[in-house]
Design a protein around this ligand. Structure first.
Ligand code: C2E
Ligand code: CA
Ligand code: CA
Length: 790
């Protein structure tokens, strides 16, 4: 508010302006407050007026007593009247000059008017020293001198709140006195004159000093007022901000000035808050056995003890059986002598922020469907392997678990059942977690378990076994009972890998091996897996060129009618004549070709070659060709069949396509349409590997088929396993009921043949009859069998 003026080169005007500013409020310096200051000054004068009036009345009485008879009565009376009355008039008038805006104000004109009126009043008094004094007798002049000196003195003091007014009064009276003194013949009036001048100057200085104090007090008050308003404003704003509270502790650590907000936040009455130290209170409130709380409390205690300021220290507290999070900030206080005087700070309830933050962290780290950790969290946890690059990594086991039949369940029962299944599987797996273990869903039906407990091959193997057992129990979802199976790959650190990346790869390869081993089992990683993975990659690359290089060959395995012993046809089985590795079986490269899509051109080649070969056989013989699910689902399949038949000239009835159940399950309607179209052409369709998949009666009824092929797995254990017998019996009965042909595959022994005949099986295929043979050997074989069978 109050501006400092630089005291510069222009000494006089600058200095004068400074003087003036010190005692005269002005808009330039005080802004709008100047008007208020003026009003306060006028009020100060008005307040003194009764006293002045009384003093004047006494003086006037004295004067008129002494001079009654020496001066004309009328003039004396008028003078007395004017002097005494002018003061109450001034009081009323001056009060009127103050306007009551929100707070009292007065204009600059009002101040000037008061100067003028005071000059007038001084002139009234000046009559005494200037006119009466020179002719007065000894007693009279003494009285006048005393009264005038007293009046100057009193005026200088009483009018000092408005320095110009005080000066005008003092100077007018002083000048009048000098004039009177000059006119009188008082002896040695030079000395008196000098005294009078000095006296007037001193009075002016005195009134200046006191006026300056008055004005600076006004200014100081205004500044304090302004600051108070500002603080009030800030505090109110702060208080309205619902979650914050101020706190202050004494050097002994006890709370001071406990506000309503503070006691509300603590959930304790103010009296109780004052009894214990701040840290004791918090220690009672933090939830027990909470590491974060203990750590925060320790930090707080340390900061308080060491006198270190702190910011945003987050601490959990229990208020009314609910956990709240507070954020505390504070600074130490010091007294005038620099001694510690306690602490002052702010506390805010950040429970909501904290919850939001936790929720965000949860979302970033957890899988929404199962509530298990997600891939991100899993990777972060796995990174701990890398913690100390030089140190020996902490042993751990990584288990990758993949559901074998999830895709089928998801496709056939719908995604909501699929989701439910994943949730239930997650729930089951969770039940065997040891402390510190991390179970995550990495996506789809893929789960991972990272354990720091079961780290030996023996223990982790047992763990994998337990996981498989856990899942083997059927799961009831809505109104279906689902059997879920899984494959597990296990990798151990540091044995198999020392860093997260290689460990992941190892577990992945082990999982692949478990799947390849027939699923529903687990495999450890071993170095051979890495080799075969590399081999697989190489195979993929070589497969691409194999077709163009004409490296594929078809072998044919005869199918025989069991009763008559006649060959009824051959199944075409593809082989790869590899330039370095020799003959490779389809079991090795077909799955790779299916993965990469290379099965489509390869399958077409097989179809065409098989038809071309069969066209040369006796007309009664059929050729069976295996179709992968990928091929069967492609829209071109019908065209390709037509083309193969057309090129070879083979009658459609002599072509039998072998498909597996997986070809049918994903796209019911499309599959059905394709089957119908094939049947319409007269092409036969056989269901391959029957009994190993998801065989259901519903499929068999729905899809128009010609034949079931009993998987070799059942045939092989026919003579040893009762269950296998039951399955084969059931399949044969089913086929008969549905009027489907039936072929038993993989017949290797005479005992199996006998049993199959007894069970009523129609056709057989297997090493017992013949191994698959190259196309050029078929003719000779036929000749031999016809001869031998004939
Ligand atoms: P698959 O369709 O079940 O074919 C029968 C498999 O059993 C053949 O194996 C055959 O050699 C073998 N086998 C036949 N009799 C016996 C026996 O008495 N004992 C034993 N242990 N095995 C016997 P291969 O040729 O290795 O073919 C394996 C699988 O590869 C086939 O199983 C079939 O699913 C697939 N495959 C073969 N050729 C093709 C093809 O051209 N296209 C497609 N998509 N898949 C093919
Ligand atoms: Ca087959
Ligand atoms: Ca088969």
């Amino acid at each position: 508010m109050y501006q400092a003026h630089d005291s510069g080169k222009q000494q006089w005007p600058q200095g004068w302006a400074q003087w003036r500013h010190d005692v005269v409020p002005s808009e330039a310096v005080d802004g709008p407050l100047a008007a208020h200051f003026r009003a306060r000054q006028i009020k100060a004068l008005v307040r003194m007026l009764p006293l002045v009036t009384a003093g004047n009345a006494v003086n006037v009485m004295g004067i008129s007593w002494v001079f009654w008879g020496r001066l004309p009565h009328l003039i004396l009376a008028l003078w007395c009247f004017a002097v005494v009355l002018s003061l109450p008039v001034a009081a009323v008038w001056w009060r009127r000059l103050i306007r009551k805006a929100p707070r009292p104000v007065a204009t600059r004109g009002a101040a000037r008017l008061i100067v003028a009126q005071v000059v007038f009043f001084a002139v009234l008094w000046s009559v005494l020293p200037a006119m009466v004094f020179p002719d007065a007798d000894h007693a009279g002049s003494l009285l006048i001198a005393a009264v005038v000196v007293g009046t100057i003195c009193g005026g200088a003091f009483l009018l000092s709140p408005m320095v110009p007014v005080a000066w005008a009064f003092v100077l007018t009276l002083s000048v009048a006195s000098i004039v009177g003194l000059a006119r009188s013949g008082v002896a040695d009036n030079h000395t008196l004159l000098a005294l009078l001048v000095v006296y007037a100057v001193i009075m002016c200085a005195v009134s200046y000093a006191s006026g300056k104090v008055f004005v600076s007090r006004l200014r100081a008050e205004a500044e304090t007022d302004r600051q108070k308003q500002l603080i009030d404003l800030l505090l109110r704003d702060f208080e309205e901000h619902a979650s914050d509270w101020l706190w202050e502790v004494s050097p002994t650590g006890h709370l001071r000035h406990v506000s309503g907000r503070l006691s509300e936040s603590f959930g304790l009455p103010a009296k109780q808050l004052l009894q214990q130290s701040f840290t004791e209170l918090l220690a009672l409130m933090v939830p027990p056995d909470d590491d974060e709380a203990t750590e925060a409390l320790n930090r707080l205690t340390t900061c308080l003890r060491m006198g270190q300021p702190f910011r945003d220290l987050e601490i959990p507290v229990e208020v009314a059986h609910e956990i709240h999070w507070w954020s505390l900030s504070a600074k130490p206080l010091f007294d005038d002598k620099g001694r510690a005087a306690g602490w002052r700070g702010v506390g805010s309830d950040i429970t909501h922020t904290r919850q939001a933050r936790d929720e965000l962290a949860r979302l970033a780290n957890y899988d929404a469907l199962t509530g298990l950790a997600n891939r991100h969290r899993f990777s972060t946890e796995l990174e701990r392997l890398k913690a100390a690059p030089d140190a020996e990594p902490r042993p751990c086991a990584l288990l990758f678990l993949d559901l074998d039949n999830f895709k089928h369940i998801n496709d056939s029962l719908g995604h909501s059942v699929g989701d439910q299944l994943l949730r239930r599987v997650g729930g089951r797996l969770k039940t065997i977690l040891a402390e510190g273990d991390l179970l995550a869903r990495l996506g789809g039906d893929e789960f991972a378990l990272l354990t720091w407990r079961y780290t030996s091959p023996k223990k982790s193997g047992a763990l994998a076994e337990r996981l498989l057992n856990l899942l083997s129990e059927p799961i009831q979802l809505d109104d279906v009972l689902v059997e879920v199976r899984a494959s597990i790959g296990v990798a151990l650190a540091p044995r198999d890998g020392r860093d997260p990346q290689s460990l992941l790869q190892c577990a992945d390869l082990a999982l692949y091996a478990a799947k390849a081993a027939g699923r529903n089992t687990f495999r450890f990683f071993d170095i051979g897996l890495a080799d075969s993975a590399r081999a697989r990659v190489r195979l993929q690359n070589e497969l691409g060129q194999a077709l163009a290089a004409e490296q594929f060959q078809l072998y044919f395995q005869p199918q025989m009618h069991l009763d008559s012993g006649e060959v009824i046809g051959f199944e075409a089985l593809v082989r790869w004549q590899h330039s370095e590795r020799g003959l490779i079986g389809p079991g090795e490269f077909i799955p790779v070709a299916e993965e990469t899509g290379q099965i489509v051109p390869l399958g077409n080649w097989v179809l065409r070659e098989a038809c071309l070969a069969a066209a040369k056989w006796p007309e009664a013989l059929r050729v069976a060709v295996n179709l992968s699910a990928v091929q069967f689902r492609s829209s071109a399949v019908l065209d390709l069949v037509d083309e193969a038949l057309y090129i070879s000239g083979l009658a459609p009835e002599r072509l039998e396509l072998e498909i597996t159940e997986s070809a049918l399950i994903e796209d019911h309607d499309g599959a059905q349409a394709t089957l119908m179209a094939l049947r319409a052409r007269g092409v036969r369709v056989a269901m391959d590997d029957f009994g190993t998949g998801y065989s259901s009666l519903a499929y068999l009824r729905r899809f128009p088929l010609d034949k079931l092929k009993i998987d070799g797995m059942f045939v092989r254990s026919l003579d040893s396993d009762q269950d296998a017998q039951a399955v084969v019996t059931a399949i044969i009965t089913l086929a008969q009921a549905l009027r489907l042909d039936i072929t038993a595959e993989g017949v290797e022994t005479a005992e199996q043949l006998v049993m199959l005949r007894a069970l009523g099986c129609g056709d057989v295929q297997g090493f017992l009859i013949s191994r698959p043979m190259p196309a050029q050997e078929v003719a000779a074989y036929l000749e031999r069998t016809n001869m031998s069978l004939a």
